[in-house]
Write a protein that binds this ligand. Sequence first.
Ligand code: ADP
Ligand code: ASP
Ligand code: MG
Length: 815
Amino acid sequence: MKILKFGGSSVATPERIQSVIEITKSYLSGPVAIVFSAFGGTTDTLIQISRLALDGNIEYKTSLAELEKRHLNAIRVLIDVQKQSSILAQVKFLINELEDVLHGIFLINERTLRSLDYIMSFGERLSTYIISEAYKNKGIEAEFLDARNVVRTDSNFGYAKINFDVTNRLIQEHFKKHRAVQIITGFIGTSDNGDTTTIGRSGSDYTAAIFAGALQATGLEIWTDVDGMMTADPRLVKKAFTVPQMSYEEAMELSHFGAKVIFPATMQPAMVSNIPIWIKNTFNPSFKGTLISAESTNGKLIKGISSINHISLLSVQGSGLLGVAGVSMRLFGTLGREKINVILISQASSEHSICFAIDTPSASMAKMAIEKEFQYEIKNEEIDEVQVENDLSIIAVVGEGMKHSPGTSGRMFSALGKNGVNVSAIAQGSSELNISAVIRQADVAKALSALHEAFFLSDRKLLHVFMVGTGLIGKTFVNMVHEQYVNLAKDNLLEVNVVAVANSKKMIFREDGLDLQTCIDDMNHQGEVMTMKAFVDRMLSLNLPNSIFVDNTSSEEVTNFYEAILSANVSIVTPNKKANSGPFQKYEALKKTAFKRGVKFLYETNVGAGLPVINTLNDLLLSGDKVVRVEAVLSGTLNYIFSSFTEGKKFSDVVKEAKAKGYTEPDPRDDLNGMDVARKILILSREAGSHLELSDIKVEDLVPESCKGDLSIEQFFTNLEKHDGAFEEMRKKAAGKKEKLRYMAILENGKVAIQLGGVNDQHPFYSLAGSDNIILLTTQRYHDRPMVIRGPGAGAEVTAAGVFADVIRIGHYSR
Ligand code: ADP
Ligand code: ASP
Ligand code: MG
C-alpha cells in the first residue's frame, strides 16, 4: 500500500486537480490511498469568514457565497454535465450546514475552538468529496472517505492528539471492507465525544502519515508545490536547492523550526514503521524530490536552514533563580498549564536567568501567568518582572553532520556577525541536530541568505553593490562588471549584483540587480530624487548580505555617511580621497568601525589609481617591515605636464594640451596647486603609521599668484602665459645640470615634503613618461634598493579597474 497526499497548492484550481488525477493514474495498478487538503487558501478563508460572523459583520455571507461559487465551479469543470446535479446538490447541502453554524456565531457573538474546528473541517470535506467525484467521473473506482469516521482524537480542538490504538484499528477495519481507492480528507478527526476536531494547521501531511502507519504502507508521498525539501524556504532564499535525502530527525527538526513543506508530526508514524517519505512536486512530477528515511546520507555539515516569525522572547531573571531547584519546573509547568508552546529555551550557566521563545500571540498571557506563579518571589525582589521582547524570529540550522564536528556554530555566528545580524538568544539541542538563534524579524531574509551562503554555497558568493557617482569612473566600473559577469561567476565563483546606482540628482534601485547595460540611462530617466540620506536609508533597509557601498564621487558630503554605512555592516570601496585625507581622527575612526564590524573599507585607488600601492605597503607592514622613506611621483597630470615640457615648448601650451587630452581636472589649477598630491602622500603617511594632518604638509603651489582667484579658465591661461618665462627659466636651469623637472612627494621621519625639483639620469624618476606614477618604498627590508611600483597612475579605466579589484577582494575576504 502506498499513501499519497496532495496539499492545498496542488488542488488550488480545477486544472491542477486534473493534473493531480493524471499523476496518480500510474499508481492505480497497485494498492493506494490518497489524502487531500482543502483547496489552497480555503482554511484561511473559513477562519476569516467565521471572524466576520463573530464580529457581527454581515459581510460573512458575501465571502461564504464566494467560497460556494469556487466549489461549484470546480464541479462544473471536473464533472460531466449529466452527472453534475447530485454533486452540486451535495455541495450546496454542505454549504447550508456551514451557513447554519456561521449564522449561530453571528447571532450569539461567540465562537468556540470547538465550533472553529467544525467550520475548518468543511474545507477538506468539500475539496475531497469533489475530487473523489472527479476520479469517478474518469471511470476510476474511487470512494470518498471522511477521515472523521476513522481518525479518533482527544478534544484538544485546533491541535487534537491522535488516539492511535483506536485510529489504527478503525483504519484497518475500514480498509478490509473497502476495495475501491480511498480518497481521504486530511486534517480532521473525531473526538471521543463525537465532536469534529482538527489536528493542527497544515496537518493533512500528518493524516497521510497516520494512514501510512496504520496500513504499514510501503511508502508515503507528500506532493506539494516545490521540488522537495530544500536547503531553505525557496520563497525566502532564491538559491535554495533540493536536499535529495535526509533523516526523519532532520526533517522533523527543520519543520519544527518553520520549514512548512512538511508538518513536524508527520515523521513520527512513518519513523515507527520505517516507512520512507518522499516529498514530490506536483508541478514537476518527474523530478525525484526528497527522500526522508532512517538514514542521513552525509557529506554536508547541515541539511537545511529554517525560520519562524512572530516570536517573542521572555526572560525571567533574578537572584531567586540561583541554584533553587524546581524554579524551571514551576516556570515551564505554568506555561504547560496555559497550553503555551515553548519553542526554544536558553539558560545561562549562572542560572541567573532563563529566557525562552514563544509565539507572540501568547506572550502577554505567558507574562501574566508567570508573574502570578512567582508573585511572592517578585514581591521579595528575588525575581524581576518578566521582560518581553517582540518582533523576533527564530532561525535554525539543522543537520546530523554537525554532530562531533566543531565549527558549525562558529561558521553560523560569524556569518550572522559579518552581516550585522544581532543574536538575542542561542540554543543547541542536546542531540546536536540543530542550532537555533533568536534574531530580529527584520533581519530574517538577510540572515537566511547569509547562512545559506555560508553553509551551502561556501565557495560561491553573491555581492550586492550600491554605487554612487556615475561619472567616467562610475560608468567604466559598471561596464567592467557587465563584461566580467560571466567570467567572475565561472572563475571566481563570485556574482556581483549592482543593486543601486546614483548620481547627485537621481538614484535607482533593484534588489535582484540592475540591468548593467541600461542602468545609468534608466537612472537618468526613471530614477527617484537622490539624496545621500535617502540612498543610505534605502540601502540599509534592503538589508542584503555582503553589501558593498562603492563611492565613485569625489564628494566630501558622501564621505560623511561612511561611518553610518560601516556601522551597519556594509563594506565600502572608493577612489574618493576626501575621507582618508580629512582629519586624522575621522580616518582612524572609520578604520576602527570597519574592524569592529568585520567589514572592509578599501581605497587602493586613493593613491596611484589601480597600482597596488596601499595593499603592498600594508602587506609589508603586516609582515613586520618598517617604512624608512617613501619617494613618489603621485600626480599623473603633473607628470604628463613636466615630461612634455621640453625645449621649444611654452609651459602654458603644455598645460593647455594636457587639459585638451582630458588629463587635468576641469580647472587645471586643482592639479597645479599640488593639493591632490598632498592628499595622496598624506594617506600613504597615515598608512605607514604617522598621524599627520593635511595642514602639516608643506606643498609647493605651482599656481602663480596672478593666476589665483575667481578667474575663468581662459583668463587663467592668459595670465599663465605671463609666467611662461619663469617656468622656462626653471627648465633651463635643470637642463643645464642634465636634470629633468619632476613634481615629487617625499615622506621621511614622519615629515612630508612636496616640491618641484630636478632629477638626473641616475634617478628612477628621470625616465618616467606620460601620466605614469612611481612610488619608491625604502623599508628596513628593501634598504639598499627600494621597492619600485610604477605604471599608469591616472585615468578612468585604471581607476575603475582598481575599484573593481577591491570589490572582488571583499568577495574573497568574506569567504
Ligand atoms: P501544501 O499546500 O502542499 O501543503 P505548503 O504551502 O504547506 O504546501 O508547503 C510548501 C511550501 O513550504 C513551499 O511552497 C515553500 O515555500 C515552503 N517551504 C518552507 N521551507 C521549505 C523548505 N526547506 N523546503 C521546501 N519548501 C519550504
Ligand atoms: N487545510 C489545512 C490547512 O490549511 C490543512 C492542510 O492544508 O494541510 O491548515
Ligand atoms: Mg502543507
